[in-house]
Design a protein around this ligand. Structure first.
Ligand SMILES: [Zn+2]
Length: 107
């Protein structure tokens, strides 16, 4: 909830600055806002289903780190290739591709 509100506020802020700094139409500025937020939604979905999560066998904490409490952690879910950076990268790319598609289809 807090994350979604922050994402909404962040997207809004970026779209307002884009509209102010660049010669964009209102519609394009709105798409920046919309897909900024959609990127966050995609990020949440990929994160929930594919992001790598390890568990520490000693203290029981869930972490992204391969090591905790000076011992090796165990993978409990996610793909070994999908760490937090990969989730961020994929959600950014997917959101940008969707935005380009929408712009192509509507112009
Ligand atoms: Zn630990």
């Amino acid at each position: 909830m807090l994350g979604s509100t922050a994402a909404l506020a962040g997207s809004l802020l970026i779209s307002i600055f884009s509209y102010w700094l660049f010669p964009l139409s209102f519609g394009l500025a709105f798409l920046i806002f919309l897909f900024g937020f959609i990127g966050n939604v995609i990020d949440t979905i990929i994160g929930a289903f594919y992001q790598l999560v390890y568990i520490c066998q000693k203290c029981g904490i869930e972490t992204e780190k391969k090591e905790h409490c000076h011992i090796q952690t165990t993978r409990i879910k996610g793909s070994p290739l999908v760490d937090n950076d990969m989730v961020n990268f994929l959600s950014g790319v997917l959101s940008a591709m969707l935005a380009i598609l929408v712009i192509q289809l509507t112009s």
